[in-house]
Design a binder for this molecule. Structure first.
Ligand code: FAD
Length: 395
């Protein structure tokens, strides 16, 4: 049977970053990706946080627009402007495709049309089974370490990673790529818009408008399932509101409809076992409500690569190091964010209170954005004061 040092499942931001950075450190990685072209089928608004390209050493060519404005729309539809960054927009074809190309240049082997089927324990490591969709053959690889990063569809029932609350965290999303004959208002191309409001059936909706070179990505997500017609009606209503502000005189020449699952629940309780590590959305290590999921997925890939590079001959210690790293980097913070989201949803007017505070206190988003580094005492005091101010106003 074929063997490999590291097998990565999924070539999204988590898997591709892990492949690139592990290969750069000398770890021989094989990536299994079910799609024929990396990134081509990813449904995503592909908004990137400030500094993303620098942090992950990616070419500026993938950036469509630099977006210095974050426009937060509250439950009443009022807009709150937060200046930051700037953030960027791209497409997943370009982003995932570029990281995968750079991973190949570092020596990773990317196998497309390779559909992961399951894992089992073998004498010399973990046996990864996949279907080669070109030939229809079933294949197996024995891997010393495995990084599972196959996104929101990673149900993983019947494995040690099964999580009975996984389905409760799944969001249904729908997005239009709106192609216009004439450009929209200039401000559209300087802005990432996020909309938080209650939909017609009383459920919380997160919507967005992110500008791309040749289209506007307008979409929304809702927790749980929503019947197709209703979801489309919600998106039509949001699109109409955006159109009135940003391209009132221009009819779209084409609209492409796309949808996918997203995850916004708690991280899985078990993230590693016997040399197998879970990353990105598959692990629940992303916050789907604020447009940071790509960053968080890529960061989990980086932490996996660092752990593997540090303990090349000991997959168990590598996995343990990874579990500790994601535990301190993500898990607590994601649980806090989830609690905050539930707190806001219980009384949607709270979104407005929070956004007003973020807009009027530029130092606050700046500090929140720097969550990767250790905060100074002064910054922590400032954050606690702001937190108290918000909770007093939002009681
Ligand atoms: C509509 C929408 C809009 C979004 N907008 C943004 C945004 O603007 N900014 C942001 O930061 N985040 C956004 N997100 C979230 C973002 O897409 C995710 O957080 C991010 O993609 C997670 O990366 P990942 O590598 O964990 O998984 P994914 O990107 O989902 O990648 C998983 C990969 O695994 C492959 N795969 C799946 N199953 C198998 C299998 N069985 N065998 C082999 N390969 C498999 C898939 O084809 C895919 O390439 C959005 C998500 C959606 C759905």
């Amino acid at each position: 049977m074929e063997s490999a040092e590291l097998v990565i499942v999924g070539c999204g931001p988590a898997g591709a970053t892990a492949a690139r950075e592990a290969s750069r450190a000398g770890v021989r990685a094989v990536v299994l990706e079910k799609d024929a072209v990396v990134g081509e089928k990813r449904v995503c608004a592909a908004g990137l946080r400030p500094g993303f390209c620098d942090e992950f050493d990616l070419p500026r060519g993938i950036v469509h627009f630099d977006t210095p404005r974050l426009a937060l729309f509250d439950a009443r539809g009022d807009e709150h402007e937060v200046i930051f960054g700037p953030g960027h927009t791209s497409t997943r074809e370009e982003l995932d495709g570029t990281i995968a190309r750079l991973a190949s240049e570092e020596g990773a082997q990317i196998r497309t049309q390779a559909l992961f089927r399951g894992l089992s324990r073998g004498e010399k490591g973990t046996v990864v089974e996949y279907a080669d969709l070109r030939s229809g053959a079933r294949r197996k690889i024995t891997a010393r370490s495995v990084f599972l990063a196959q996104g929101a569809t990673a149900i993983l029932d019947g494995t040690r990673f099964a999580f009975d609350r996984w389905r409760d965290g799944l969001m249904t999303t729908l997005q239009y790529r709106v192609y216009l004959d004439r450009p929209a208002a200039t401000i559209a191309y300087r802005t990432l818009e996020l909309h938080y409001y209650v939909g017609s059936d009383g459920r919380q909706i997160v919507g967005w408008m992110f500008p791309k070179r040749d289209h506007l990505a307008i979409g929304l997500g809702v927790i749980g399932k929503m019947e197709g017609g209703k979801l489309r009606a919600e998106l039509d209503a949001l699109t109409q509101r955006i159109r009135e502000r940003l391209y009132p005189q221009t009819a779209p020449s084409r609209v492409k409809v796309e949808g996918h699952l997203l995850y916004m629940g708690a991280p899985r309780p078990i993230l590693t076992s016997d040399g197998v590590m879970l990353g990105g959305t598959a692990a629940g290590l992303v916050d789907a409500t604020n447009g940071e999921g790509i960053y968080e997925a890529a960061m989990s890939g980086r932490l996996a690569a660092e752990s593997l590079a540090q303990h090349r001959n000991d997959p168990y210690r590598a996995a343990q190091r990874y579990a500790r790293a994601v535990g301190s980097r993500f898990v607590r913070r994601l649980r806090h964010r989830l609690k905050l989201m539930h707190f806001l949803e219980r009384r949607p007017d709270r979104f407005g209170i929070l956004f007003k505070q973020l807009a009027s206190t530029p130092h606050l988003p700046e500090i929140l954005h720097g969550e990767a580094r250790r905060r100074t005492v002064r910054e922590r005091i400032f954050l606690y004061t702001q937190l108290a101010r918000f909770f007093l106003a939002a009681r």
